[in-house]
Design a binder for this molecule. Structure first.
Ligand code: CMP
Length: 231
């Protein structure tokens, strides 16, 4: 489904209010964004953006989950980030006029808000608070990327897995990762193999550091995980 917000601009404004990028906006600024925003559904596994395509829109995740990936020659994937409700993507090509820097693929059925390039640019020009929100989010992203580079160089696989689990849990209540994140996805995020991640997760579970169920991973001993991750 695509098209103008199905239940009216005001309802969209209400949903945008919960998106960190737009949180500082005044009522009228929010409504201005809502008027030009469109909604779109993507089924699981659909490619939302292709690396190297020209950029024509910014996306905000209202519901669902997407992964930002680079695909190597032999089809090997590196997951740069997993984005969920409230996160946005597709801003880079709109800001620097370069092609898309990565693929973005839905890992769950996802409901997104789409802002066309010119509308997004106009919003940026008219609302400095959006520009500030964007800078804040980009700084956060850079910090995470720095952490990741540090982890790749300085930590062994146990350390990288521990750090990733802590990071993902911190996006919720610090104790639990409520999403289904497969060992394969973890491996693609830390540059390891699924088999090695499965072995590490079994070790962690055996030592009482985590408890894994079908839909979530509970962190049972954050202190020890922090030690392992060098934090
Ligand atoms: P763009 O380059 O337009 O298209 C791909 C998008 O993926 C990019 O904008 C960002 O929104 C997002 N992206 C790229 N790298 C990262 C990263 N390291 N962390 C989170 N999101 C990213």
């Amino acid at each position: 489904m695509t098209g103008p917000a199905s239940d009216g601009g005001l309802a969209v404004a209400e949903r945008l209010r919960h998106v960190p990028l737009f949180q500082q906006l005044s009522e009228s600024e929010l409504e201005r964004v809502a008027r030009v925003a469109r909604e779109k559904n993507y089924p699981r596994h659909s490619v939302i953006l292709f690396e190297d395509d020209p950029g024509d829109a910014l996306y905000v995740v209202l519901r669902g989950q997407v992964k930002v990936v680079l695909v190597g020659e032999e089809g090997r994937e590196v997951i740069l980030s997993i984005l969920k409700e409230g996160d946005f993507f597709g801003e880079m090509a709109l800001i620097d006029d370069q092609p898309r820097s990565a693929h973005v693929i839905a890992t769950e059925e996802s409901h997104l808000i789409v802002l066309k390039r010119d509308d997004f640019r106009q919003c940026l020009e008219e609302s400095p608070r959006i520009a500030l929100g964007l800078l804040k989010a980009l700084s956060r992203r850079l910090r995470r990327a720095d952490d990741k580079i540090g982890g790749l160089v300085l930590l062994d696989v146990n350390g990288r897995v521990a750090r990733l689990l802590l990071e993902m849990a911190d996006e919720h209540d610090g104790r639990r990762i409520p999403r289904k994140v497969t060992h394969h996805m973890i491996a693609q995020m830390i540059g390891s193999s699924r088999e090695t991640v499965s072995r590490t997760m079994r070790e962690f579970a055996g030592q009482g550091l985590v408890e894994v169920s079908r839909q979530s991973i509970a962190l049972k001993d954050r202190g020890r995980l922090e030690q392992i991750s060098g934090l």
